[in-house]
Design a protein around this ligand. Structure first.
Ligand SMILES: [Zn+2]
Length: 209
């Protein structure tokens, strides 16, 4: 079973993806972390995503992901994609690769939350200065006003209201056509993301089963 999980920032899709991959032994690919790891070794990628703050072209992102999957999960089964694909083009590239492997995407979950809720949650995000652990004052609060490691908690510079709004509108612009396409292909399952983590997870597990 191959799964895509979609949702705006703050929808909790990362949390659900981790839980799902543990529960069903899926190979979990979180594209943000993946690309950050690549950027540590690849100067060109680092220049684009960290220095210029831009997104990599679709073909380039896909070719990195494909090479990685060819090495780690060559059968292209039991994959869970988080943060990729996020556009129609990216989805087509992934689909073509899966077809070559006689595989496909079986389910695409869309975790839906309102823009207000997204903003509320993202504004509550705090990062530990010491170990980089991410907390959320609303959904995943730290044990005290410090991280569990004792480090200071700070707000990321890109978690200001203005930047959050820009990211959410970019997300909508690129993802909406993909959502419509997945709906047409009868792959999309919409999930109300404004409920407790366990309740959402219970729903997802039932769909996967
Ligand atoms: Zn910490």
């Amino acid at each position: 079973m191959n799964i895509i999980i979609l949702g705006p920032q703050g929808s909790g899709k990362g949390t659900q993806a981790r839980l799902l991959s543990e529960k069903f032994g899926l190979f979990y690919l979180e594209s943000g972390d993946f690309l950050r790891e690549i950027a540590k070794k690849d100067k060109e990628v680092n220049e684009i995503i960290n220095v210029q703050g831009k997104l990599l072209p679709d073909e380039q992102t896909f070719s990195l992901i494909k090479n990685y999957l060819e090495e780690k999960a060559p059968l292209a089964t039991n994959l869970l994609f988080d943060g990729y694909p996020r556009s129609v083009k990216q989805y087509q590239l992934l689909k073509d690769w899966l077809i070559q492997k006689s595989q496909k995407i079986d389910i695409a979950f869309l975790l839906e939350i309102s823009e207000e809720e997204s903003i509320r949650r993202l504004s509550a995000r705090r990062v530990c200065e010491k170990d980089g652990k991410v907390w959320n004052l609303i959904t995943n609060p730290p044990p005290s006003d410090e991280c569990s490691c004792g480090g200071n908690l700070i707000q990321r510079p890109d978690d200001t209201l203005e930047k959050i709004k820009v990211r959410l509108s970019e997300y909508r612009k690129t993802t909406e056509p993909l959502v419509s396409l997945l709906e047409k292909e009868n792959l999309l399952i919409k999930i109300n993301g404004e409920r407790p983590i366990e309740v959402i997870f219970h729903d997802l597990v039932n769909y996967v089963k």
